[in-house]
Design a protein around this ligand. Structure first.
Ligand SMILES: NC(=O)c1ccc[n+]([C@@H]2O[C@H](COP(=O)([O-])OP(=O)(O)OC[C@H]3O[C@@H](n4cnc5c(N)ncnc54)[C@H](OP(=O)(O)O)[C@@H]3O)[C@@H](O)[C@H]2O)c1
Length: 266
């Protein structure tokens, strides 16, 4: 347990929650391996960490490109004797009704590519080092929206739910070999990802710094889940009564969307 001295591989650390998590983990004494596509943004985050006396290395990578992912994993393994934690945080979100995605199978493919396949791919590459160490942790970032029946995000939510299922299998198979697995279920967070939906401008959201503190908690305490009471209640209700829970909440979501559209003048 604890954070000091741990080598943490953090994907999606060029922006949003990942960037803030990098700062907080570095301040707590972790050694950060920063992974994302934009090298200039990674350098900026690395510099800020070094300026505050922390340790960070950068690995510019397109995680949807298998060759790029494997080269980065090999480089991390060569440059660091231990890999204590992998945080699969890099992702993309798509907000689109299924009825408007009828000729857009690629929406489902590209969310799967980064949100699921890339996360599994990096896990498979780094897992042998964790098993050799007899100890390690995989933190997978998901969303409160997979715990309640939210409309309009089918591609995104399916990919996150796949990642949750993989996380459960990983813990069930390798928990007894020292591998901890944590899923983090975020509510809406004010980042470049959520800002792409203009009607969300007026929605109350968690700050990226608060969201980052959930990743810090995940690594410090190693629980199976970090999330909200609302999410836990939602997943229990959905498991018990999927039909009624979905039917009765949908008018509320439609009303919320209508209100947000009115407030944003659209
Ligand atoms: N914001 C929310 O409301 C919210 C709610 C629930 C869950 N989440 C989850 O929280 C996590 C962080 O999201 P965020 O809001 O902080 O989003 P963000 O600011 O858009 O950051 C996404 C990160 O993923 C990286 N990334 C995207 N595609 C990549 C690729 N192909 N290869 C490598 N890196 C890639 C981006 O870096 P580059 O562009 O430099 O590659 C960026 O650093 C995600 O898993 C998201 O699903 C967010």
């Amino acid at each position: 347990m604890g954070i000091k001295g741990k080598t943490v591989v953090l994907t999606g650390s060029s922006s949003g929650i990942g960037e803030q998590a990098a700062y907080q983990l570095a301040a707590a004494g972790a050694r950060l391996c920063l992974v994302a596509r934009r090298e200039d943004e990674l350098r900026r985050v690395q510099q800020a960490i070094r300026d505050s006396g922390g340790e960070a290395w950068i690995y510019p990578t397109d995680l949807t490109d298998e060759v790029s992912l494997q080269a980065t994993a090999a480089k991390i393994l060569a440059e660091h004797t231990r890999v204590d934690v992998l945080v699969n945080n890099a992702a993309r979100s798509i907000r689109r009704p299924i009825a408007q995605a009828l000729d857009r199978l690629h929406d489902y493919q590209r969310t799967m590519d980064i949100n699921y396949i890339a996360a599994v791919g990096l896990t498979l590459k780094l897992l042998p080092r964790m098993l050799d160490q007899g100890e390690g942790q995989v933190v997978n970032i998901s969303t409160l929206s997979s715990q309640v029946p939210i409309p309009l995000f089918s591609a995104y939510l399916a990919s996150k739910t796949a990642l949750e299922s993989f996380s459960r299998s990983l813990l069930a198979e390798l928990g007894h070999k020292g591998i901890a697995v944590t899923v983090v279920y975020y509510p809406m967070v004010r980042t470049p990802m959520s800002s792409r939906t203009s009607i969300y401008k007026h929605m109350p959201m968690m700050s990226p710094a608060k969201a980052a503190s959930w990743i810090v908690k995940a690594i410090d305490q190693r629980p199976a889940r970090v999330g909200s009471l609302m999410g836990t209640a939602g997943s229990i209700a959905l498991a018990a009564l999927p039909g009624p829970v979905t039917r009765y909440t949908q008018p509320l979501f439609r009303l919320m969307d209508k209100r947000l559209k009115e407030r944003s003048g659209r």
